[in-house]
Design a protein around this ligand. Structure first.
Ligand code: S3P
Length: 429
C-alpha cells in the first residue's frame, strides 16, 4: 500500500510537543534487555516500524516482549544465550536492527538468517561481516556484502578493531559481540559517532573503558534489567524544529527530548543559521541527557556542513537540505557520501525533489549545495520509500507557494507513524 499526501502551505507553527522515544536508544535497550537476566521496563519506547522489527526479532529469539500500555514495553530477557529462531528474522527496513543483531547472533550457538525489505537488501553489510568474522563467526551474504545474512554463531574471541567507516551501528555491533566474546574487545573510531551503545551497556551494568575515540569491553559480563523512560527522538524533533524555524511568528516547545551531545548538533546548526534555541530542565537518565528545547525563529542565514559535523548530523541532513532554499545564503553539505547508502540515496532524492519544486541544486558525489533565496513552487515529490525524505519534504512544503503532493508519504511510519497528524496539529494556516 502506498499513500500520497498533499501538504498545503502554512502561516505558522505553534505549540508544545512530546515525542515518542529515540529510535537509536529504543533498539539498543530492547536488545540488551533481551540479554539481561530479568525483566526490563521501557517507557516511551519508539512507535516506529523499525523498532517493532527489533522487538519481533527478539521475540523470535526467545525474549518475552509485552506491551503493557501505550509506549510501555516490558522485556523479560534470557541472559546471554538466546533461543534458536524457527525461521528467518525479518528486519524490515531497519539497518540498525540487522547490524546490531548481527553482533549478538555472531556469538550464539545456532545458525540464523537476517532478511530485510527491498531497500535494506541493497544496503552494505560488509562493514559488520568483516569484524564479526575476525572475531570468529561465519557469515555469508548475497554478493558477499548484502542481505540476507546467514550467520553461524561461534565462541567469539575479543579483538582490537579500528572502524574504517564512522558508523555507530557497526561500533555497537562489535561491542555487543565483545560483551559475549572471550577476552577484551576494543573499538576505535576515526570520528566520534553517537555513543548510545556505550551508555546502554553501562546502564545494564557492563563496565567499559572509554577514552577519546576508543572504547573497550571485557567479555562475559552479566547484564541486569533496567527501568528507563526513553527520551523523545531528537532526529524526529528535527523536522518540527526546522518547520518552526521557517516562520517568523513560530513558537515551539519540545519537552523531554534527547539532548545527548553526540546527537544534538542540529541545535548548533539552527543557532548558526540564526534561530534562537534554548535548552531547559536538562536531566541525566542512565547517562543519557534529556530536556526541553524551545525554538524562536529569526531570519536564517547560511551554513556549510562538513567533516565531523556531517557525521554528527547524518540523519538531520535531508531536512536541512530541504529547507535550504528558504535561507538567505543557502546550505552546502560535504563529506556525506554515506547518505547515498541510507534507506534511499538521500543526496539524489533531495536533489531530485528540490528540482521538482523549482530549486537549483548542485549535486556532488559527497553532498550538495542548495543556494538560498529560492522560494519553492508547489508540485509533486517522492519519498523514495524513505521516512526521512517523506518528512523532510512535508516540512519544505509548508512554505511552498502552492500545495506539494508527497508520493509514498507513509514511509514516515518507519520512525514516526504519527508524523503527519502531529504536524497538522501544530500548523496554523
Ligand atoms: C544509527 C547510526 C547511523 C544513523 C542511523 C542510526 C544508530 O547509521 O544514520 O539512523 O542508531 O547507531 P550509521 O551507523 O550507518 O552511520
Amino acid at each position: 500500500m502506498s499513500l500520497d499526501l498533499a501538504i498545503r502551505p502554512a502561516r505558522n507553527l505553534l505549540g508544545a510537543l512530546r515525542l515518542p522515544g529515540d529510535k537509536s536508544i529504543s533498539h539498543r535497550y530492547a536488545i540488551l534487555a533481551a540479554l539481561a537476566a530479568g525483566e526490563s521496563r521501557l517507557e516511551n519506547f519508539s512507535t516506529g516500524a523499525d523498532c517493532a522489527s527489533t522487538l519481533a526479532c527478539l521475540s523470535a529469539l526467545g525474549a518475552t516482549v509485552t506491551r503493557t500500555a501505550a509506549g510501555m514495553i516490558n522485556i523479560l530477557g534470557r541472559g546471554p544465550v538466546l533461543a534458536a529462531p524457527q525461521g528467518s528474522l525479518d528486519c524490515g527496513n531497519s539497518g540498525s536492527t540487522m547490524r546490531m543483531l548481527a553482533g549478538v547472533l555472531a556469538a550464539q550457538p545456532f545458525q540464523s538468517q537476517l532478511i530485510g525489505d527491498a531497500s535494506l537488501s541493497r544496503r552494505p553489510m560488509a562493514r559488520v561481516i568483516e569484524p564479526l568474522t575476525k572475531m570468529g563467526a561465519s557469515i555469508t551474504a548475497s554478493d558477499g556484502a548484502c542481505p540476507p545474512l546467514r550467520i553461524s554463531g561461534a565462541g567469539l574471541r575479543g579483538m582490537d578493531y579500528a572502524l574504517p567507516v564512522p558508523s555507530a551501528q557497526v561500533k555497537t555491533a562489535v561491542l555487543f559481540a565483545g560483551l559475549l566474546a572471550q577476552g577484551e574487545t576494543s573499538v576505535s573510531e576515526p570520528v566520534r559517532t553517537r555513543d548510545h551503545g556505550e551508555l546502554a551497556l553501562e546502564a545494564f551494568g557492563a563496565r567499559l573503558t572509554r577514552a577519546l575515540g576508543r572504547v573497550s569491553i571485557q567479555g562475559g559480563q552479566p547484564l541486569h534489567p533496567v527501568a528507563m523512560r526513553i527520551p523523545g527522538d531528537i532526529s524526529t524533533a528535527a523536522f518540527f524544529l526546522c518547520a518552526a524555524a521557517l516562520f517568523p511568528q513560530s513558537n515551539l516547545v519540545l519537552d523531554d527530548v534527547l539532548l545527548n551531545p553526540t546527537r544534538s548538533a542540529l541545535l548548533d546548526v539552527l543557532s548558526a543559521l540564526g534561530a534562537r534555541v534554548s535548552m531547559l530542565n536538562v536531566e541525566d537518565r542512565l547517562g543519557e541527557l534529556a530536556g526541553t528545547i524551545r525554538l524562536e525563529p529569526r531570519p536564517l542565514g547560511g551554513v556549510r556542513i562538513s567533516g565531523v559535523q556531517t557525521v554528527a548530523l547524518i540523519d538531520e541532513l535531508p531536512v536541512l537540505a530541504a529547507i535550504a532554499p528558504y535561507t538567505e545564503q543557502g546550505i552546502e553539505i560535504r563529506d556525506a557520501a554515506e547518505l547515498r547508502v541510507k534507506e534511499s540515496d538521500r543526496i539524489a532524492a533531495v536533489a531530485q525533489n528540490l528540482r521538482a519544486l523549482g530549486a537549483n541544486v548542485e549535486e556532488f558525489p559527497d553532498g550538495l549545495r542548495v543556494p538560498g533565496g529560492q522560494p519553492l513552487k508547489g508540485g509533486e515529490v517522492d519519498s523514495f520509500g524513505d521516512h526521512r525524505i517523506a518528512m523532510a519534504f512535508a516540512v519544505a512544503a509548508l512554505r511552498a507557494q502552492d500545495q506539494v503532493v508527497i508520493r509514498n508519504a507513509d514511509a514516515a511510519r518507519v520512525s514516526f507513524p504519527e508524523f503527519f497528524e502531529t504536524l497538522e496539529k501544530l500548523v496554523e494556516r
